[in-house]
Design a protein around this ligand. Sequence first.
Ligand code: NAI
Ligand code: MG
Length: 352
Amino acid sequence: MEQSRIAVIGGDGIGPEVVEAGIRVLEAANDAAERLSFTRFAWGCEYYLEHGRMMAENGLDTLAGFDATYLGAVGWPPVPHYLSLWNLLLPIRRTFDQYVNLRPARLLRGVESPLANPGNLDVTLVRENTEGEYSDSGGRMFGGTPHEVVIQESVFTRRGVERIVRYAYEEAKGRRGLLVGATKSNGISITMPFFDEVFREVGEEYPEVEASLMHADALAARLVLDPERFDVVVGSNLLGDILSEVTAAICGAIGIAPSANLNPERVHPSLFEPIHGSAPDIAGEGVANPAGAIWAGAMLLEHVGYPEAGARVLAALEETLAHGIKTQDLGGSATTEEVTDAVIERLRSPTV
Ligand code: NAI
Ligand code: MG
């Protein structure tokens, strides 16, 4: 049997803790000894402090040889946040053209939403992941003087907007057939009307999808007030980033939410990670919630060809939480290891 080769970047803080938990679960789900092989890379801020770079010099070439990457989180003081992002995650997303950032948000059983009436909350957020507001086009002039000038340009390409919007229509078609495009074309009067235009154009190919555009600020409020009416939401890099944190928060806690950075054409490897960061405040205590990493692992399994095993992982995770075995961020008292053991136990005997 051919193995899927997975590159593992635990990263910093709780990153390695939750990723190791995830690997144990994936191995239990998939008789992984034969089917998946994991190769760990100790890249991140600690590596940076020692070597002056976030990953090995040939890091991207190395990752290119794998079927997927499984990442914990990167970021650790005193390394500036933008530095860890721009020297590890963003180069990976761009080099491997992972233009879809897919963030499912569903209220799992046993998890309490901060909303009084969350209803049947199940939203998939599709965020553009390679261009838009996250651009390095710009600069700073007359630094430190009273007439300092700072410019950072947004980059929206027809190809870039079209492909992310099309991905979202396809996603909606496979779900409840509802799509909302996040815009801000009232204030941002050049790039956002262009986004809207392409959104409508592509929509003509999908008469079966009920599509509409909403300003991102109103949309953020709607997601909190009436989340049940949403199915798929698509947004630019920045708007999608912010809105996905809203959808994650209303599903209980940041520690649960997963994220896939996809190269849908599969020319390059995709990357799977929990959406949370390295959580310096609880790192090393063994109490980090492994749920987001485990859910991201389930998405990885699906992507590399084991959708059935991925579904079993998610079911076992939900079953575990429903039994009240959860970490302190979810109001429980279980450790990372206890949650992980419980998920594995349920995978081995689904009736536990
Ligand atoms: P964070 O997500 O690390 O932490 C925010 C809060 O949520 C903290 O109170 C933390 O304890 C809690 N939390 C997060 N994940 C948790 C988990 N699995 N279980 C229990 N509690 C959890 O965000 P913060 O503090 O803004 O960033 C810390 C570092 O992480 C920074 O260096 C930041 O740049 C980096 N970061 C990295 C990301 C990535 O690698 N994709 C994403 C977000 C932040
Ligand atoms: Mg974010």
